[in-house]
Write a protein that binds this ligand. Structure first.
Ligand code: SF4
Length: 578
């Protein structure tokens, strides 16, 4: 892709900061705003203001001794395949000086006084202010572009807004070599595979891509492998990923509701045209639309502009379609997924980890909630879990999964209180159609969970339909069904147990017809209340040690699967509770 396209100078500058960050931005087109980038945006807005709007416009008048100032100057070099938008260039006849604005501070380097100084031995280091390497590369490349345009460039300038400091850097052969060297290295990096994350770097906590890159998590898993020398203890992941989403996941499910856009927000109206809800777009992370809810094209466009996915679900919660912003595809990850999921040994490795974790979580749920789980059942489930962990083929693995499920659902009803339990006990787990409230709730919860897994995989740039354990079929999100295996007991089953036992879901929330047992409108509302809380509940990751909401946990695991598919980590493990 990079052979034909132009390279933004800014991205090449990021290469000097972190090659992996550069790769995300240049090759995969990933960018996430952070508070730093937002502040930078404010500084650049000021710089980019047209001359007439500025109070200091006097400095830009054409006084013969003063340089002319060109703002937001776009320069391109076809030969270097490089493009840049300069914050500002000071131009006096054929001499030009690029000026780049930075919101932060320059680099502070402690230097010892020179050896010629007699007092050097007793003096403390003197701090000097320098440009950051990434900034040097950026202004160096800007200077090269200006030179190609026919200007003479004696120097470059970096303005650090936090210190109101103007740093001048001579445009000499050293800066030129440094900038061109970074460009070459960046081009080489872009033609290879994704670079590994930095190890224990102080840059990572400030990096907006950290939740996507997972530097500490990947390094920790790599260090656990016997082929590397670092000790896992030294690299225990830092808690730098916020435990929950800042945004909200909106679910619109009331028949006849229409969703439109007004200003910077979404507006929901009922079938009588009365506004029932308004919310700023900035607070939304995802929108799910159930049954006959209408969304205007303007609203879809506004959501897509902000990279917010929209899921359209049938009344039964099945995912029918998704409006997904176009940039959520990474060719490298897709290729890696197809390559590995074509090979039996990798499919087996993934499936063993998924199924053994699921049986482990099923057993834990029974042990926690069953008033008198027979020891033998617990032992047998542990045996099936061990068998799944070491299965030599997918067929053997399916056998262990089936045995585990039979044991689990044999004792499942005893986790529920009241008459609702006996109905499930006599029916057992039945799907099509679900004959009783517990079966109905489980089916609906699994469907919603599968939808969450599709979103998590899309965020990790994986293809939800190409599965490892589940066979791909048209319209089947096989990989999402894979990912959800360990989470079925943790999210869906546990939600059913707690909702019925607390009285949040009752017999009155269900409608029984010849087509089976299904939620009433109010029942579905009660389910979504409980479901939303479950997805936002936090849990401690047993390996990484930090707490995340279940929703974030799904995304974390989808990204760790992507790292495994790319060969960045050699082992796979999924969330299990004790
Ligand atoms: S989190 Fe760290 S390793 Fe990952 S892209 Fe950012 S700076 Fe690079």
């Amino acid at each position: 892709m990079t052979d034909e396209s132009l390279w933004p100078v800014r991205n090449v500058g990021e290469y000097a900061y972190c090659p992996r960050l550069f790769y995300y931005m240049q090759v995969e087109g990933v960018f996430l705003p952070s508070s730093d980038t937002e502040k930078g945006h404010v500084v650049h807005k000021k710089v980019d203001k047209p001359t007439a709007d500025r109070r200091d416009s006097s400095e830009e008048t054409s006084h013969p001794d003063r340089p002319n100032v060109a703002r937001s100057l776009v320069l391109t070099s076809e030969a270097l395949r490089l493009t840049a938008t300069l914050d500002l260039a000071e131009i006096k006849r054929t001499v030009a000086v690029p000026v780049e604005y930075r919101k932060g501070r320059p680099r502070r380097v402690d230097q010892l006084p020179s050896l010629g100084d007699a007092t050097a031995a007793i003096e403390s280091p003197v701090p000097t202010l320098q440009a950051w390497p990434t900034d040097r590369v950026q202004v160096g490349l800007q200077a090269i572009l200006l030179e190609e345009d026919g200007y003479t460039v004696p120097e470059t300038v970096l303005y650090y807004a936090a210190e109101k400091l103007r740093l001048t850097i001579p445009f000499d052969s050293a800066l030129k070599d440094e900038a061109l060297g970074a460009l070459e290295a960046a081009k080489e990096c872009a033609s290879g595979s994704r670079p590994l994350p930095l190890v224990n770097s102080p840059k990572c906590p400030r990096c907006s891509l950290q939740p996507i890159c997972l530097p500490d998590e990947i390094n920790y898993q790599r260090a656990e492998s016997p082929s590397t020398e670092a000790s896992p203890g030294q690299l225990k992941p830092r808690t730098i990923w916020p435990p929950r989403d800042d945004g909200i996941h909106v679910l619109a499910q009331k028949n006849g509701v229409r969703i439109g856009v007004r200003g910077m927000g979404l507006k929901m109206k009922d079938r009588d045209g009365k506004t029932v809800k308004e919310m700023p777009l900035a607070n939304i992370e995802g929108l799910s639309v159930l049954g006959s809810v209408q969304v205007s094209t303007q609203a879809l466009r506004a959501l897509a502009d902000r990279k917010i996915p929209v899921a359209f679900l049938s009344a039964a919660g099945r995912l029918v379609a998704m409006v997904d912003p176009l940039d959520s595809v990474s060719a490298d990850i897709r290729r890696a997924q197809i390559r590995r999921m074509d090979k039996q040994e990798y499919r087996l490795e993934l499936s063993r980890a998924l199924v053994s974790s699921k049986i482990s979580n099923q057993r834990t749920l029974l042990m926690r909630n069953h008033p008198s789980l027979p020891k033998l059942a617990s032992k047998q489930m542990a045996k099936e879990m061990e068998g799944a962990r070491n299965a030599g083929s997918i067929e053997t693995l399916r056998g262990h999964e089936g045995q585990g499920a039979a044991l689990y659902f044999d004792h499942f009803s005893q986790m529920f209180k009241g008459p609702i339990a006996s109905e499930f006990k006599s029916n057992g787990r039945r799907r099509r159609p679900p004959p009783d409230p517990i079966n109905s709730c489980l089916s609906f919860a699994y469907t919603m969970l599968a939808n969450e897994c599709v979103s998590a995989l899309r965020l990790a740039r994986l293809e939800p339909t190409i599965g490892g354990y589940h066979t791909s079929r048209p319209g089947r999100p096989a990989f999402a069904l894979d990912l959800m295996e360990p989470f079925r007991p943790l999210i869906a089953d546990s939600l059913a147990v707690s909702s019925f036992n607390r009285g949040e879901l009752t017999e009155g929330h269900f409608l029984r017809t010849s087509a089976g047992c299904a939620f009433t409108d109010s029942g579905r509302g009660a389910f979504f209340n409980a479901y939303g809380r479950r997805m936002e509940a936090e849990i401690t990751h047993p390996v990484f040690g930090y707490r995340l909401s279940y929703r974030r946990m799904l995304i974390l695991h989808a990204r760790m699967i992507a790292a495994w598919l790319l060969g960045e980590v050699s082992t796979l493990s999924f969330l299990t509770t004790r």
